[in-house]
Ligand binder design. Sequence first.
Ligand code: F6R
Length: 241
Amino acid sequence: MTICRAKDYKELSRKAANVIAAQVIMKPDCVLGLATGSSPIGTYEQLIEWYKKGDLDFSKVSSVNLDEYKGLNPENDQSYRYFMNTHFFDHVNIDKANTSVPDGLEPDSDKACRKYDEIIEKSGGVDLQLLGLGHNGHIGFNEPCDIFPSGTHCVDLAPSTIEANKRFFASETDVPRQAYTMGIRSIMLAKKIVVVVSGEDKSDILKKVVCGPITPQVPASILKLHPDVVIVADEAALSKM
Ligand code: F6R
């Protein structure tokens, strides 16, 4: 596990975007595993800037996203499909037909998860997985629990996740209580993983992930077993280490 220290969010975003840009340049038809949330927004903005300058080409890239709220339709401005379109896909030349997000509108959880695992498998495997880190150590929506979940599954969101994400909704009651998420095994099968962590409020959990034991109670702690992980964090997030 490599830790890459950035001065602030802007520098963190540029460093993370550099790793992704290198991936796209080295393998133009790569599969990117993508994340939503506030942490990767600056990374996407930087990639868009380089694309507009003519330095990057996403035409052959395909992507699989980590997660989606169960019950939200893709046009809902809080859905993760909507997030990806507005923060990234609409601004670069990626073919949206080659981008995948779990189907939040599929009410049958088993079916939705099976379908998504098939999509991940058919993609040929994720070359680079971008992750954010939840305050409780979640990655994707793999919440703290007793075992590391393997494939795509439906989760009940933890109260702390609902609390953290209510800022995006009109009120806490509007936050969906369930989501479909890629499992830990699928994340760990990515060839390379980049985790973006910003802000003092992430400093305690980042210390637990890096310095604490590997446990499903801190799902991101398993990343220590992956051979190629870089955590790009700003000074505020690294302040307890
Ligand atoms: C989003 C996701 C989540 C977030 C995490 C951090 O697709 O999978 O694990 O990365 O909740 O969210 P932010 O970046 O908003 O603090």
